[in-house]
Ligand binder design. Structure first.
Ligand SMILES: [Zn+2]
Length: 289
């Protein structure tokens, strides 16, 4: 029998599994990254209520795409529902990403665009001439022969798949990131505090508040929430292939700093009574991804 650090119930050993402190979807792997005191039912519930909030963000998906982090399932497509311009033509579409995490096509939105006196009709490959003429008719333009349509046609097949080298993350997306990332970071930091500070940490007043918050939080329901502790977030431009957690004491408080891909640094206050802990302070957990 052992106790789960979230629901605090004592359960049979078989009701626990190996929880990665750094989520597998963020590149977590290896034995040093494991917390053995999370029951399977809390593990799965925290995954859908908490982790999903961070993992569903386009920034997270984009970084997983850049570093090709498969996690349990596959590399996510960060380009779903993202509008983009193709070559010099300002139309919108969606990039497809295959199971191997490679861009495999461009799905243009079917639409008529008018720019600089030209008309651009984006339509389906199948039955394209008929589609073009039906669109021309609707806007009061003369019909074209099939030969004319084929001559003017631009094929958006695989050969014309755009190459993505760099994407600029909009500032407002960065500003929102802590809102989405915070609960998952808090969960990772809580597990790491337990693993490094030991069972005493479970009775810490901050730990109790954090645990209560995590057991209630549901990103699909809680539009706004009151964080149970202080946290801050910083962005840097450079990227590195690593995720790390660091625990340390400053002004008698215990902090955990989490760095994702060298870019995102979240610092969370995990205890107001750092003097109670002698073991495990100033340790770092890092995974190379
Ligand atoms: Zn549990």
């Amino acid at each position: 029998m052992k106790q789960c650090i979230f629901c605090m119930n004592s359960k049979e050993d078989s009701e626990f599994n190996r929880e990665h402190i750094i989520l597998e979807a963020l590149g977590g792997k290896g034995d040093e990254d494991i917390c053995l005191n999370v029951c399977t039912s809390c593990n799965s519930s925290l995954g859908t209520r908490v982790d999903a909030s961070l993992l569903n963000q386009n920034i997270t998906k984009y970084m997983r795409y850049i570093f090709q982090i498969k996690g349990k399932n596959r590399i996510p497509n960060p380009f779903k529902g993202v509008e983009l311009t193709y070559a010099d033509t300002p139309f919108i579409g969606e990039l497809k990403v295959n199971k191997e995490g490679k861009i495999s096509g461009f799905r243009a939105k079917h639409k008529i665009y008018k720019s600089k006196g030209n008309i651009l009709i984006v339509g389906p490959r199948k039955g394209f001439p008929a589609y073009v003429n039906s669109q021309l008719k609707q806007i009061g333009f003369a019909q074209l022969t099939e030969a004319e349509i084929w001559k003017k046609r631009i094929d958006l097949g695989e050969a014309k798949v755009p190459h993505i080298e760099y994407i600029k993350i909009p500032e407002e997306m960065k500003e929102q990131y802590l809102t989405y990332a915070f609960p998952t970071m808090l969960k990772m930091a809580y597990e790491y505090c337990f693993v490094t500070l030991g069972e005493n940490y479970l009775n810490d007043s901050s730990a109790i508040r954090i645990r209560d918050f995590l057991m209630r939080f549901d990103y699909k329901k809680d539009v706004e929430y009151f964080a149970p502790t202080d946290a801050s977030l910083e962005w840097k431009d450079e990227q590195e292939r690593a995720v790390s957690l660091k625990i340390y004491v400053n002004n008698n408080k215990v902090f955990v700093t989490i760095v994702l891909w060298g870019m995102v640094t979240v610092t969370i206050c995990m205890s107001e009574t750092g003097q109670n802990y002698k073991e495990g302070l100033n340790s770092i957990l890092t995974v190379e991804i």
